[in-house]
Design a protein around this ligand. Structure first.
Ligand SMILES: Nc1ncnc2c1ncn2[C@@H]1O[C@H](COP(=O)(O)OP(=O)(O)OP(=O)(O)O)[C@@H](O)[C@H]1O
Ligand SMILES: O=c1[nH]c(=O)c2[nH+]cn([C@@H]3O[C@H](COP(=O)(O)O)[C@@H](O)[C@H]3O)c2[nH]1
Ligand SMILES: NC(=O)CC[C@H](N)C(=O)O
Ligand SMILES: [Mg+2]
Length: 528
């Protein structure tokens, strides 16, 4: 069994808990708290209140959620949570739950609000709203509404349809808003959240990614001791930062292993050798495992099956590398370092009551018989935080600002069976797209741009006066903050035209290039 990763940074005295009621935005709330330089963690609403309080939280935030507070079986909270003297901030469902638990009224009175909504702040001098305008735009998404605040609470804001859109009991340090301050469209959302944290809860904004480095280096030393570790290094940001952290902690006890599984993009292997080793001086072992992966993937079209196979083969290669390293004198090689991030965990269903969307090879795709103990120093962090840690560790921009590339690589960007010929074709198309996007100076504007081969689709084209029956290539440029949600990037037509012309001219068997104009949700970023 993989051992549990080291606990979150030891900031027990300064943690803010985000209680997740099945919200779409619990992660976003946690991010926003951290943007306010306060450490936060998400916990499921099923966690007993005593357990939450045992974590010594400085404050607690209650997220939104799909249920109705008055429905049978709806998630609830022990009243003790509100009586422990810990400041609490409820948002949407959390707000409604605070209201009903403390004796207010919430019902479905037809007062629905979805999307951007004007809010009128009716109480100046409120802890949450001080310094924000009397009229502001907020993001609503609710069908139930609070019609009477609990005793002792002051109503601080309203909208055209709901009389109680925010309330507070400053003496008891309890606050709530019907809207979603964590969403960008709530114009003063971050300010309101910060008012809760700094003024309501009295927390100092001291959490930085610098703390993460110190804490993780100490935690890694304690975990690994004098044994040896290997780190799966992909050339991507996450594993580069994880490796640099572990390297800082245990130096030469670490060997990085780059797996060339034949599903990488053009030039990737060379780049890892050049950029990473030059920047960190880490020991690097490159394993050519193309045949092993392609054999295992032969005949497989189902995306989840591909992911499981790739996850398994990765571990088998790491085990092989472990045996080779053991040939050199030294202690046991017991640990596997991975650059797993918080969103990988959440999307693989490893979060708090969230659905399994897809099995990330490094989380849900791991085989059950893995014998390594995992070291995952970034498991609690979001991508932008990882980039900051990387910068602070002195990694070069070429690594820190790289766009993400999934571990299963082009294997999941071929819709259909993966073969060497198809991979070569996709590698060419991908290289052209990347070259042109870079030439147009767009790398920083887009989060990433998967290039996808629809291997099972063919269509008729005409090239050189003759009929072709080729495959389409899909371009999927997206903008995003953390890959949990994304929008399609509005790329200049000239750049798109250039990419399309070059791909159809230069890549055999491709006679069409199409652009994906779907946001996430409903689409995901990758096609598979
Ligand atoms: N080709 C590879 N060789 C070795 N390890 C890999 C490889 N691809 C992925 N991994 C491991 O799986 C982890 C997750 O992959 P993932 O793509 O999420 O992260 P990354 O490549 O480090 O960063 P990014 O998300 O920016 O691409 C990596 O951090 C790394 O430990
Ligand atoms: O290392 C990874 N292993 C995986 O199995 C995996 N699947 C998706 N991704 C990347 O995750 C982000 C979200 O992707 P989706 O919207 O397609 O779920 C995007 O950045 C994807 O590229 C992966 N990264
Ligand atoms: N977004 C939410 O938290 C919604 C809360 C509740 N389900 C409602 O519709 O009012
Ligand atoms: Mg990657």
């Amino acid at each position: 069994m993989p051992a549990a990763p080291p606990a979150a940074p030891d900031t027990a005295t300064d943690v803010v808990l985000v209680v997740d009621f099945g919200a779409q935005y619990a992660q976003l709330i946690a991010r926003r708290v951290r943007e306010a330089r306060v450490y936060s963690e998400i916990v499921p609403s099923t966690m007993p209140v005593a357990e939450m309080l045992a974590k010594n939280p400085r404050a607690i935030i209650l997220s939104g959620g799909p249920s109705s507070v008055y429905a049978e079986g709806a998630p609830s909270l022990d009243r003790a949570l509100f009586e422990a003297g810990v400041p609490v901030f409820g948002m949407c469902y959390g707000f409604q739950l605070m209201a009903t638990t403390l004796g207010g009224t919430v019902d479905d009175n037809g007062a629905r609000e979805y999307g951007r909504t004007p809010l009128t702040v009716s109480k100046s001098g409120s802890t949450l709203f001080e310094g924000t305008p009397d009229e502001q735009s907020v993001w609503m998404s609710h069908g139930d509404a609070c019609s009477a605040a609990p005793e002792g609470f002051t109503v601080t804001a309203s909208t055209d349809v709901v009389p109680v859109a925010a309330f507070e009991n400053d003496e008891k340090k309890l606050y709530g808003v019907q809207y979603h301050p964590e969403v960008m469209h709530s114009t003063h959302g971050q300010q309101v959240l910060e008012h809760f944290l700094y003024r309501g809860a009295g927390i100092e904004p001291t959490w930085t990614t610098g703390n993460v480095i110190e804490e993780q280096v100490a935690a890694i030393r304690a975990q690994v001791g004098d044994k040896r570790a290997i780190c799966g290094l992909s050339g991507g940001v996450d594993s580069a930062v994880a490796a640099a952290l572990v390297q800082k902690a245990i130096g030469s006890q670490l060997t990085c292993v780059y797996v060339d599984h034949g599903l990488m993009r053009k030039g990737e292997t060379e780049q890892v050798e050049k950029d990473f080793v030059a920047a960190t001086g880490a020991k690097l072992k490159v394993v050519d495992a193309e045949k092993r992966f392609l054999d295992a993937l032969a005949g497989v079209s189902d995306p989840e099956q591909k992911r499981k196979i790739i996850g398994r083969e990765f571990i088998r290669v790491f085990e092989q590398a472990q045996l080779e390293i053991l040939q050199e004198d030294g202690p046991e090689v017991a640990f596997l370092v991975q650059g797993t991030l918080y969103p990988d965990v959440v999307e693989s269903g490893g979060g708090t009551g969230t659905a399994n969307i897809k099995s990330h090879h490094n989380v849900g795709g791991l085989p059950e018989d893995i014998e390594f103990e995992l070291v995952e120093p970034l498991r609690q962090l979001f991508k932008d935080e990882v980039r900051m840690v990387g910068q602070e560790l002195g990694l070069p921009d070429e690594i820190v600002q790289r766009q993400p590339f999934p571990g299963p690589g082009l294997g999941i960007r071929i819709v259909g069976e993966v073969t060497k010929d198809r991979l070569d074709l996709l590698r060419e198309a991908d290289a052209i797209a990347r070259e042109e996007l870079t030439a147009a100076g767009l790398d920083r504007d887009i989060w990433q741009c998967p290039v996808v081969l629809l291997a099972d689709v063919r269509s008729v084209g005409v090239q050189g006066d003759g009929r072709t029956y080729g495959h389409p290539i899909v371009l999927r440029p997206v903008s995003s903050e953390d890959a949990m949600t994304a929008d399609w990037s509005r790329l200049p037509y000239e750049t798109l035209a250039k990419i399309s012309t070059r791909i159809t001219n230069e890549v055999a068997d491709v006679n069409r290039v199409v652009l994906d104009v779907t946001s996430k949700p409903p689409g995901t970023i990758e096609w598979e």
